[in-house]
Design a protein around this ligand. Structure first.
Ligand code: UD1
Length: 377
């Protein structure tokens, strides 16, 4: 019976790639079945990232696509259960906090299959955020909880989770970053290829990503954020990799033209290597992503987080991250502070060393052996 590994959406892929590689290298006797739920399906959101990360083609694609949270979660559950029935499962391994993570964890736990959650215990303490619900619930039904930073353990214990189920292993996302950074194309080439005049970049550039529903689903929120970015772009050119949700909303609110400013280079969602190249060369990154807060910390590039909170406090305490919020004046002031003072440099947190997946696979293989030798199913 295999360990079933689940991916669904873009941020899952960079977490799963090193885990699959580590299974092959360090636990070749453990068969792995890779399931893609199909939550993300665009070529730009999907195939290119698989290729960049050298992820094998999924053994199964559930093809769920987009939908309301209820529909998407329910569809994943309906289609995932037969995969467990057909293949059996020694464990189901899920990563991160997307709808596919919770859906598959829930199916596995109801079928009596051990649930392994990679990137456990992160908390924004903001229950309006869909990912927070996914994190809390997935952790509650997980048997093994691998964590990226030590603060996660206190969060888990506070929620009644037995401390011995949580294991600090470091950050698999940073495994991917370290494995791929040398393959990333130079930002100057990427930008030049987009026809954005090189002379405009002499003073550096920033990178922007934005996709959180709380930021992009309402014109009263998205409008002022875009205006603040436009204002910043007059001082520092901004490369804006536009998520499909954000593009659709900008069109719907008739705001896409606000990105026509001189200082904006608008790009489609980037491949993984392109994104690494862009971030590595940037003066600063402005984002509402979770993973990018970690990647910028690992790269030593100042990050301004366009949110009111973060579930990754180590990026603020030790790394390069500043949680700015969405107030336009605060965003402009924070960007000015980086440009005037150089911004935070920080240090790379403990165990963000490129070997987290190895630690996970070694621990998991031993855990499965012990459990099964004791007669656990
Ligand atoms: C999801 C994750 C989020 C993660 C993000 C990364 C949840 C709750 N959210 O958000 O944590 O940071 O992925 O991108 O799981 N769409 C496409 N093509 C695609 C996928 C989506 O056009 O391949 C569009 C659709 O209009 C869809 C919308 O984007 O309705 C939202 O997609 P969805 O998967 O629901 O959530 P994301 O916003 O991408």
């Amino acid at each position: 019976r295999p360990v079933i590994c689940v991916v669904g959406a873009r941020p899952n892929y960079m977490k799963m790639a090193p885990i699959i590689r580590a299974f092959r290298a360090h636990a070749p006797a453990v068969p792995v079945l890779l399931v893609h739920t199909g939550q993300h399906y665009d070529v730009a959101m999907n195939d290119r990232l698989f290729a960049d990360l050298e992820l094998p083609r999924p053994d199964v694609n559930l093809g769920v696509g987009s939908g309301s949270h209820a529909v998407q979660t329910a569809e994943v559950m309906k289609r995932f259960e037969p995969v467990i029935d057909a293949n059996g499962a020694r464990a189901v391994l899920v990563v991160g906090d997307v709808n596919s993570t919770l859906a598959c964890a829930l199916v596995a736990s109801k079928r009596g299959v051990p649930v392994v959650h990679v990137e456990s215990g992160l908390r924004s303490y903001d229950r309006t955020m869909p990912e927070e619900i996914n994190r809390v619930l997935t952790d509650q039904i997980s048997d093994l909880l691998y964590t990226t930073e030590r603060s996660a353990h206190a969060n888990l214990v506070r929620e009644g989770i037995a401390p011995q189920r949580a294991v600090f292993v470091g950050n698999v996302m940073i495994d991917s970053l370290r494995a791929n950074l040398s393959k990333a194309p130079a930002a100057s080439d990427l930008i030049a290829a987009s026809g954005f005049g090189g002379e405009r970049l002499r003073g550096g550039y920033g990178v922007v990503t934005l996709h959180r529903p709380s930021n992009v689903d309402h014109p009263d929120t998205l409008g002022p954020i875009v205006d603040a970015l436009r204002n910043i772009s007059a001082r520092l050119p901004l490369v804006f990799a536009l998520h499909p949700r954000t593009r659709a909303n900008l069109e719907r609110f008739d705001m896409l033209n606000r990105l026509d400013a001189q200082g904006f280079l608008v790009l489609p969602p980037q491949g993984y290597l392109e994104m690494l190249g862009l971030m590595a060369g940037a003066t600063m990154v402005l984002t509402d992503s979770g993973g990018i807060q970690e990647e910028t910390t690992a790269l030593g590039v100042p990050c301004l987080t366009i949110r009111e909170n973060t579930e990754r406090p180590i990026t603020v305490e030790q790394g390069t991250n500043t949680v700015v919020g969405i107030d336009p004046a605060a965003l402009r002031a924070a960007a000015d502070a980086v440009l005037d003072g150089g911004g935070k440099r920080g240090r790379v947190p403990e165990y963000w060393d490129g070997r987290a997946a190895e630690r996970i696979v070694a621990h998991l293989a031993a855990w499965l052996r012990e459990r099964e030798s004791m007669g656990g199913v």
